[in-house]
Write a protein that binds this ligand. Structure first.
Ligand SMILES: *[C@@H]1O[C@H](CO)[C@@H](O)[C@H](O)[C@H]1NC(C)=O
Ligand SMILES: *[C@@H]1O[C@H](CO)[C@@H](O)[C@H](O)[C@H]1NC(C)=O
Ligand SMILES: *[C@@H]1O[C@H](CO)[C@@H](O)[C@H](O)[C@H]1NC(C)=O
Ligand SMILES: *[C@@H]1O[C@H](CO)[C@@H](O)[C@H](O)[C@H]1NC(C)=O
Ligand SMILES: *[C@@H]1O[C@H](CO)[C@@H](O)[C@H](O)[C@H]1NC(C)=O
Ligand SMILES: *[C@@H]1O[C@H](CO)[C@@H](O)[C@H](O)[C@H]1NC(C)=O
Length: 478
């Protein structure tokens, strides 16, 4: 059947077709190998060069594509070859039929890339820039060029963090949502959640759609300075986007008011235009937040359900919630850090502090791997053993036996928190399981010995430890 289609293409194709056959045959011969006299004559790059010239000069073209830009008179003419188009796209196969001139309508950003797109059919390669990813993906999807489609998706997943003036992740998220690519959608969401402070301070913030705003605000893994910072940014977003009241209600009810100290809460209640205008949407939540601040969480939980998102802290970077820890030359030796956090966000506990000790070991050996007679082992062989260890981070409370009355602490460690022109970047988030003090699989792939490790910034490991009180268990304790 393949052969039949090629034959229909007629005499002028014979040269190209036989060239393809010869290459196929050569490749086949080399595969069967074994003979010492066999050699590989490889002219594949010349062939690609020829094909490229074929497109450039339009020699022996049998299909003329007219690319019309939607809502404009602009038409671009490309002389192409049916064989190469239908080789990779069943859509072209259906479109072309036996016509020799085909008109295609494309939006401006796709029309601008159409020649580049067609060149891919001849050369099998294409360069992509951040702002070209979406229109290229759109073209690849529309014409069913699945290899290109996958290539662009992979490009997007690995370039979320690339520097761009306007920001691109929000628009990629919206695009992924539109085409139903859930994996790309989730990658974008995670990027936005973990780098939220940066995104909120960028031009991208106002381009966030209603739905994206609602889904971001549901997340407990947002990394940002404080809940107040989030409120201020949300207010700015509302002012710029004028969403309808049902959206405003939804997002105002997603702010975690108990995480804002009462003095600041009172201030925004009186001074924020947004809150004064829509106070009726959140009156119950504000009232509850003030109640939360005026009693111990234990007492409060007797009367109110604290098992809801409003009482779950997000990943706040401000100092009452944890500490930054920059470990210079981390592969060298063990380090420790002592820091204080608040007992909890309730104003009732504002004077109570907890001291935490963090211990970092670059090469820790689990007990099972340690030499049995470790005391008597010579220091030389012990240091050999240490080379095999893995990074370890342990965070413990310095106050042993202190009864936190049913409150458990979720310890979270952010990696690669980097300040760049005041921006915060997060590479990885580890949550320590509540039953232990230790991060499991901590920096398992980080290769800290290498100065070039992507987990290091100027040969320093940037950690940020966050301590979040969790009140769920109070209910259980009752
Ligand atoms: C032929 O050469 C090209 C580069 O010119 C190379 O990419 C390709 O792998 C070579 N093919 C074989 C079978 O070695
Ligand atoms: C292709 O066309 C160009 C210009 O029209 C011409 O110079 C060139 O010789 C042609 N090449 C072949 C292989 O026919
Ligand atoms: C091909 O073109 C002829 C006229 O030139 C027409 O009669 C025929 O229906 C066309 N076939 C297809 C598949 O479009
Ligand atoms: C946040 O940004 C940093 C640096 O730009 C990047 O390396 C990291 O992957 C981002 N976080 C997520 C979850 O994508
Ligand atoms: C508000 O906008 C959302 C979409 O953004 C829509 O689904 C909803 O019906 C709108 N509600 C009202 C009351 O207009
Ligand atoms: C908290 O609520 C969730 C559902 O919202 C439930 O699955 C979980 O068991 C609750 N936890 C406690 C301790 O009640």
């Amino acid at each position: 059947m393949e052969r039949g289609r090629r034959l229909v293409l007629g005499g002028r194709w014979l040269a190209l077709v036989s060239l393809l056959f010869i290459t196929a045959e050569a490749a086949h011969k080399s595969d069967s190998g074994g003979d010492a006299a066999t050699t590989l004559i490889n002219h594949s790059s010349i062939l690609i060069q020829r094909l490229h010239e074929l497109l450039q000069n339009g020699n022996a073209s049998d299909i003329t594509l007219r690319i019309r830009t939607t809502n404009s008179d602009e038409v671009k003419i490309i002389h192409t070859h049916q064989l190469l188009l239908i080789l990779q796209s069943d859509i072209f196969e259906g479109l072309l039929g036996n016509q020799s001139v085909v008109t295609l309508k494309e939006p401006p950003e796709c029309a601008a890339l159409f020649e580049k797109f067609i060149r891919y059919f001849y050369c099998g390669e294409i360069s992509v820039q951040l702002n070209q990813a979406v229109p290229l993906h759109r073209l690849a999807s529309k014409y069913h060029v699945s290899a290109l489609q996958k290539g662009v998706t992979d490009y997007m997943k690995t370039h979320l963090a690339s520097e761009s003036t306007q920001g691109h992740v929000v628009s990629w998220y919206h695009y992924a949502l539109g085409i139903g690519d859930e994996i790309l959608q989730e990658s974008c969401l995670k990027f936005l959640a973990w780098n939220l402070s940066t995104v909120m301070n960028s031009n991208e913030w106002v381009t966030v759609s209603d739905d994206l705003m609602v889904s971001l605000l549901q997340r407990s893994d947002l990394v940002l300075q404080s809940e107040l910072e989030l409120f201020a940014s949300v207010e700015e977003w509302v002012n710029r986007n004028n969403p309808n009241v049902s959206i405003i209600e939804k997002i105002l009810r997603s702010i975690r008011y108990p995480m804002i100290p009462p003095s600041q809460l009172f201030q925004i209640q009186k001074q924020s235009m947004l809150l004064t205008t829509y106070q009726h949407f959140v009156q119950d939540l504000l009232f509850q937040a003030f109640q939360f601040h005026s009693a111990s969480p234990l007492h409060f939980a007797k009367y109110f359900d604290v098992n809801c998102s409003m009482f779950i802290p997000r990943n706040y970077l401000s100092s009452s919630w944890g500490s930054q820890w920059i470990i210079n030359n981390p592969a060298r030796d063990d380090r420790s850090l002592s820091f204080q956090t608040q007992l909890g966000p309730s104003n009732y506990d504002s004077s109570k502090k907890i001291t935490w000790n963090a211990l970092f070991s670059p090469r820790w050996l689990p007990v099972s791997l340690r030499p049995v007679y470790s005391e008597s082992v010579s220091s030389a062989s012990q240091s050999n053993r240490l080379e095999e260890g893995r990074p370890r981070l342990v965070v413990t409370s310095a106050m042993s036996g202190l009864d936190f009355a049913g409150v458990t602490f979720q310890k979270t460690v952010l990696i690669g928190v980097r300040r760049q022109q005041g921006k915060v970047f997060v590479k990885h988030v580890y949550s320590i399981h509540q039953s232990t003090d230790e991060v499991s699989d901590f920096l398992a792939q980080a290769d800290l010995q290498k100065r070039t490790s992507e987990y290091l910034i100027d040969n320093s490991l940037h950690l940020h430890i966050i301590i979040k009180p969790i009140y769920h268990s109070i209910i259980k304790a009752k």
